[in-house]
Design a protein around this ligand. Sequence first.
Ligand code: RFL
Length: 424
Amino acid sequence: MTRAQRRVRTQVAVVGAGPAGLVLANVLLRAGVGVAVVERRSRAEVERRARAGLVEHRIVEYLRAHGLADRLLAEGTRHGWCDFLCSGRLLRFDYGAQSGGVRHWVYPQQLLVRDLIADLHEAGHTPEFSLPATRVHVDGAGPARVECAGLDIDCDYVVGCDGPHGVTPQALPPEAAPHDGLPGTGPAPPGGLDERYPYDWLTLLAEVDRGVPGVVYAVHEDGFAGVMPRTSRIARLYLEIPAGDATARWTAPRVHERLRTRLVGAGAAVPRLGRILETGVLRMRSSVRRRFQHGRLFLAGDAAHVLTPSGAKGMNLAVADAADLADALIRRYRYGDEAHLDGYTSRRLPEVLRTRDLAAGFLDLLHPQGRHPADRRAELALRLERMRELAEPGAAGAAFAHWYVGAGPELPVPHTSAPREPTP
Ligand code: RFL
């Protein structure tokens, strides 16, 4: 039998083996719900795809409650402060203290992905790698279906965890799409869900002589620079660049020179930087779909919303979506509760929009605009004041600290017993 002839039946088909899809699949399987995961990349590729690193407190608590955080807890490190550097003035923001002792975990996304795949493998449900979904069918009578190059999956529900350019977002009707506010296509409407910023971020992975002790957000007349911890030998760095600039223009000497300029005054907060291992450009935009569901299709993570990396929320929101959806699907199979499942968008969209708005406010703090040097200097002085307000104990700092570290709200509690089929 050829691959093209394979056909399987399951309860939930998950497209995409990123954090959203892998957490969802693990939690559903632990509750006895049938799941099949397809992933277009090879296992080796997804396990070395370095992206996020800051994991919120509530996300780690959720993973821990489901027995999915053993290696993260053993090998991750904890971070509860960051430095603001404004034109050479260093201010420490102790968000751990301001949030009542809550801290981030630093654990590279690709390691979390590796662990979650190993958990699925142990449960006998290794995702189908190197198998792109090509189409999803969720309309009409009969089971929903995911079509792949070598496999058709009939299922009750499809969950699209395949990122913004995957196949599942295309199955949503046009009215669920975000407004395309990219340059050349007109401005986003007031209250629109798509935003393009007038700058981009160069993103780099670089060798360091020791681990970065905490995140550094540097705001300088020359532009923004960010330094994020990853491992004891590698750091992630960001540099503001003009919107649309090409990676090729950012040679290693130019990158080092700009980092030196923008990080002046950082002192011990930034280790000595070595070889640059990876360079890319993040087009700075956020995009939130108006709906995360269409019939028996649900979108989670970047497939539903893409935020800028300011605030480090993308992966955390992806896991929070997966947690909500896992809970709703388990209720559906255990109690026949379809209403809760249908409420998915209305539960998740407000949190996503709130996060988008707070991340946008944070981005504004890091990007003083102004064409003329005098305007930029005035903007910088205002930014320094706002950073002081956050860094000093008080209501503003405490509110930001709670959001930044992910102190709450808690994600749905684990379901451990096996579900039963819904009563008709
Ligand atoms: P992912 O991780 O993109 O996974 C989607 C998966 O779907 C697969 N796929 C398909 N599979 C089958 N068929 C198809 N047709 C398919 N099309 C695509 C893809 O191969 C892929 O494996 O989405 P998910 O699970 O929603 O997770 C989202 C996060 O990955 C993302 O939001 C974060 O990485 C964002 N982000 C950060 N988030 C944080 O919470 N904290 C951080 O510190 C943080 N830092 C970052 C980041 C993102 C970055 N980049 C590169 C965008 C730093 C960077 C530089």
